[in-house]
Design a protein around this ligand. Structure first.
Ligand code: ZN
Length: 235
């Protein structure tokens, strides 16, 4: 009995000691953070983050657009495209392709692996660049002759920055840019990346100095279709 009490008292003393040390431990960080920090630069705050705490929930957030091919008088495009919505912007070989919006470079393909005997949708674009605009829309251009040095995934570009020169790599008879608008779905999803809504109304606007925003139409498409994991029209 006496021994049991003794054990109990011992256990209690351990519990109290442990709790006490925990209190002391938990008090330490608070005391440490209370120390005034004299060294180091002030914390930088991203103004965009501060202004809009939920950027992904702003479907009509407006961004500035630039017509993506420098117009030297020989740029043209139609209002149709075979198979699925996209716009082929015809231009001279070597014309300049610029970022249509400010954003982050997503995928870059610098090697032309297209083989007409295989005709694979994944390689049909030849040299290509996709950019996730600050509006969340994916802007894709392909068939380039060359891609500018430094245009790599995760690099930031500003609207109007030179990205590539117009060419005819991949499945392209004449020099042109295949231009596609899509939501960002999976990496490497060429069948979405190549385009899901018609770009020409937006191109008309940007070329005329307007600033039509594709984000609302992209959101509608995504709500209706989700992110397909395979081609939904001819591959
Ligand atoms: Zn095309």
């Amino acid at each position: 009995m006496g021994a049991a009490l003794c054990v109990l008292a011992f256990v209690l003393s351990i519990v109290v000691t442990t709790a006490d040390s925990r209190r002391r431990d938990s008090a330490l960080p608070a005391a440490a953070t209370a120390e005034p920090t004299t060294a180091g630069p002030p914390t930088t705050v991203d103004p965009a983050t501060t202004a809009d705490p939920t950027p992904t929930a702003a479907p009509t957030r407006t961004v500035r657009h630039v017509f993506p091919v420098v117009d030297e008088g020989a740029v043209s495009y139609g209002r149709t495209h075979h198979g699925y919505p996209a716009t082929d912007i015809m231009a001279r070989c070597g014309a300049t392709y610029v970022a249509p919006v400010s954003g982050i470079v997503h995928e870059v393909n610098r090697v032309d692996r297209y083989d007409p005997a295989v005709n694979d949708g994944a390689t049909r674009g030849g040299l290509s660049v996709s950019i996730i605009g600050d509006d969340g829309v994916r802007y894709y251009g392909s068939h380039f002759q060359a891609i500018e040095p430094g245009i790599e995934p995760k690099v930031r570009v500003n609207a109007g920055d030179k990205v590539a020169t117009v060419g005819r790599t991949g499945d392209a008879g004449a020099c042109h840019v295949h231009f596609g608008l899509s939501p960002r779905c999976a990496d490497g999803d060429w069948f979405v990346r190549r385009g899901v809504i018609w770009p020409w109304p937006y191109l008309d606007s940007w070329r005329a100095g307007g600033d039509a925003q594709p984000r609302p139409e992209i959101d509608e498409w995504l709500a209706a279709n989700g992110c397909p994991d395979a081609p939904t029209v001819e591959p």
